[in-house]
Design a protein around this ligand. Structure first.
Ligand SMILES: Nc1ncnc2c1ncn2[C@@H]1O[C@H](COP(=O)(O)OP(=O)(O)O)[C@@H](O)[C@H]1O
Ligand SMILES: [Mg+2]
Length: 381
């Protein structure tokens, strides 16, 4: 039987470019080359697509990042600090690469897309929609689930609609902040209180976020978040919260892994704590009692179903002493050697090569079921 041709999509013009490349590195090393023939579809920082002109190399001792000339997370952090490299992605395509040509060569080159891109234009449903139109099956969540999970405002509203616990929050458009700042500050003071967390609604990696300690810090926090997004969410600050996370895997019959925990050595889990080694501990199996573990897994599955997710997701919680709150859902969690999701899968008996195979099977299954009503991947209209 011929091997399935798997396009591993990595890079992207987001703050998570390096993480994505590092995730792709893990996938390229672990993928079962007897069953699959991997190809690398690299999207560079300028948003240009580099389509495969041959099977992906065996990496040996060389990291993929070296091959691609990517900057280190530390360099990336420095650049972000200097605000030289805003993580605002450009669209797919390039003047020399009309979308139609990209579609044609992709559909000819690969049988399935394995996505390891994070953030806007990778995790938010846009790429998923593109692949759907191109008739290429892909791993992970579909268009709607991807975009719902990416938008913290819509995600929280959906959770509330299902009676699932989330922290109180409010949100504003940039134009409202510019037109009526006093009203915005007043509403936050009244509904959220003095301590809050201000975030761009549709980003990740803690970029553009501020933990606000008092009203004096609020205007700058809003200005900062609005630099990255036209929608900003302001949440109640959960004091003393543990950060617990459950991976979920499956389409129609998803399973939730045992909870893990992230312990940040910064005041909160900010960009540096996420990507500079040693600033946070990622513990794939948290020390929690069995009642809390069961509650978290149940909530993770409920959230996954509410979003109508497929493939996989990592569901994150904030757990202060007095409650359990769903915080967010990541439909394309990190896949690096130290990432939470693959570690949890491994503890559940699914080593990385098997997990990759499982995600490909789930992606093919979702495509043949037809992710979009009336549409089936592999049969472009
Ligand atoms: N309401 C909150 N209370 C306390 N800490 C929070 C709150 N919201 C976010 N944080 C902190 O900020 C981090 C990033 O927030 P999160 O909503 O997960 O955004 P991202 O999508 O960037 O990961 C969390 O991991 C946590 O450390
Ligand atoms: Mg998070």
């Amino acid at each position: 039987m011929s091997r399935l041709r798997v396009g591993i999509f990595a890079g992207g013009r987001s703050a998570e470019h390096e993480v994505s490349v590092s995730s792709a590195d893990s996938v390229l090393r672990a993928i079962d080359r007897e069953r699959y023939e991997p190809f690398l579809v690299y999207i560079d920082r300028q948003g240009r697509w580099h389509l495969p002109d041959g099977p992906a190399p065996l990496l040996g001792d060389r990291p993929l990042a070296e091959l691609l000339g990517a900057a280190s997370p530390v360099e990336q952090t420095a650049r972000l600090r200097a605000h030289e490299d805003l993580p605002v992605p450009v669209g797919i395509g390039h003047p020399d690469q009309a979308p139609r040509a990209v579609v044609r060569s992709l559909a000819e080159a690969i049988d399935v897309a394995f996505l390891v891109l994070h953030g806007p234009f990778g995790e938010d449903g846009t790429l998923q929609g593109f692949l759907e139109l191109a008739g290429v099956p892909y791993t992970g969540a579909g268009v709607l689930a991807s975009s719902v999970a990416m938008d913290k405002v819509v995600f929280k509203d959906l959770m509330r609609g299902h009676g699932l616990p989330v922290l109180d929050s409010t949100w504003f458009r940039r134009s409202t902040w510019l037109d009526s700042p006093a009203m915005v500050l007043g509403e936050i003071g009244e509904r959220i209180g003095e301590r809050s967390v201000v975030k761009p609604a549709r980003l990740g990696s803690s970029v553009g976020m501020t933990l606000v300690h008092g009203p004096g810090e609020l205007p700058d926090a809003l200005d900062e978040a609005f630099r990255y997004d036209t929608k900003v969410i302001v949440e109640v600050y959960a004091a003393g919260a543990r950060e617990l996370e459950c991976g979920v895997l499956g389409n129609d019959h998803p399973i939730a892994f045992e909870p893990g925990e992230v312990v940040s050595h910064h005041e909160w889990y900010d960009y540096e704590a996420k990507y500079v080694p040693g600033l946070a501990d990622v513990i794939p199996r948290a020390a929690v009692d069995s009642a809390l573990a069961a509650r978290l897994r149940e909530l993770a599955l409920a959230a996954y179903r509410a979003v109508d997710c497929a493939g996989m997701a990592r569901v994150d919680f904030l757990v202060p002493p007095d409650g359990v709150y769903l915080s967010e859902m990541n439909t394309l969690p990190g896949f690096t050697a130290t990432s939470m999701f693959p570690k949890q899968a491994e503890l559940a008996g699914l080593a990385l090569p098997d997990l990759i195979g499982r995600l490909i099977d789930l992606g093919m299954e979702a495509a043949s079921d037809g992710r979009t009503p009336g549409g089936r991947a592999g049969e472009p209209a």
